[in-house]
Design a protein around this ligand. Sequence first.
Ligand SMILES: [Zn+2]
Length: 544
Amino acid sequence: MKMTPARGRTLILGSLCTAFALSLSLAAPAYLPAQTFPTEDPVIKRLWALGMDSSRVQQLAQVFLDSLGPRLSGTPQQRAANDWVVKTYTDWGITARNEQVGTWRGWRRGHSHIDLRTPRVRSLEGTMLAYSPGTGGQPVEAEAIVLPRFADSAEFVRWLPQARGKFVLVSAPLPTCRPVENWTANATPEVKARMDAELRAVRSEWGGSSVRGTGYSLALGSGTLGIRLEEAGAAGVVTSRPKDAWGSIDVFESYNTRTPALALSCEDYGLVFRLADNNQKPTLRVDADAELLGEQPIFNTIGVIRGSELPDEYVVLSAHFDSWDGGSGATDNGTGTLTMMEAMRILKLAYPNPKRSILVGHWTAEEKGLVGSRAFTEDNADMLDGIQAVFNQDNGTGRIVRIGGGGMANSPRHINAWMDKLPSEFKTQINFAGPGSPSGGGSDDASFACHGVPAFGLGAHGWNYGQYTWHTNRDTYDKLVFDELKGNATIAAMFAYLASEDPEKVSRERVDVAARAQAGGRAPGAMAWPACQAAPRKTNPRLR
Ligand SMILES: [Zn+2]
């Protein structure tokens, strides 16, 4: 094993006086440990140099997230982003194309202006839910009312005429918009306990699948309740789904077809709710621009560096391309997308003639039911046998700290051999805990695992992903941690290279999931290998 200094930083120290050298080394950021390479593999060293010293991730992210923006399925923005990725690969000399996998309901998001008009004027922090209708070219001004509690659905239907011409507040009014950790850190135990009890009471009063006894739900956003209120002539429906975080709300979707469905911040929803609840007659003025475009084609973007020895065997770099659109889809899954794009860029430079083909899959409509990746496995069934490994990444901006074995019995032999060739920084950072289990459906690796294809998830360090950015209005460029992303791209490229060069193909032998269930004290049938599900190739016409 040879010790090699990292990035030339320590090379110059010998020619400097000790004191200056010491101050330089103290000034060296902590994230740059001395790097050792276990072998003299020139491709690994070149990938390291390209990925860590001349990363393009930040530049790519700025265009991708700021200029192109979120990639909600069925939107013109998603299509423009597909085209940009193809053009970028083409500029790098990588063959790429968009492959249509079906259609999704098309929608153009315009502006959302939501103002409180009485009893005082304030512009509110909020936006339309995805796929919401707008206000038809002119603002709508109407009173906001609280959805009452009903004994049953019949009582709700009798009440519905009172919703006509009103904005109806349908979400729980949280008594605090401070995160739990802030209460834990600051409140006395008694005060904290009282707030916990209040939160529980509000959640139980407003929770459940039948909101307030209406018999209708807010599933996925404004749900069937939004549709029923729209049918009754309401001016619109107002929701809020705060995360346990400062300023973050989930922004999902609406199935309304005529009137807007809005998402307000925790703070502004609470304000309007209290005004209505205390009979202070809040009125809202909503000016929302949107266009429902009907079913539109949706595409996977696929890039390939053709294999020179085994072109029909594939290493697949995998990350879903679509996002929700309350923010820019930065960590879900802009980061996976950028990681795999940058990996392809540096692979093309350092390893232009791979042994096996290296394919990158930017899957569409993962958020709608793994549509793109499932469709790919259906449309390219003849390729599945030739897949050596799939590396999927879909949990945010953090450094990769885990690789899963995907339930493949022989994964330790291969993954441990690959890990042994990684530079020391990556090898110590990544935990591999054995064959594990196949992915059950949380991300696109599941679409391959169900066919028995070796599909390995690259798990990132958390960075409060679920709490702050996942599906929220705060999922934006500024949340990215570029020092970790450039490492992730380099790791993905190195795994792709090592899997491509592996003298053996990863076998299809599966771990015995029944035996594992039994060992865990469960019935043998409790853990079955996940079955493949058909890709939903178009939008469900109606949410029911
Ligand atoms: Zn995702």
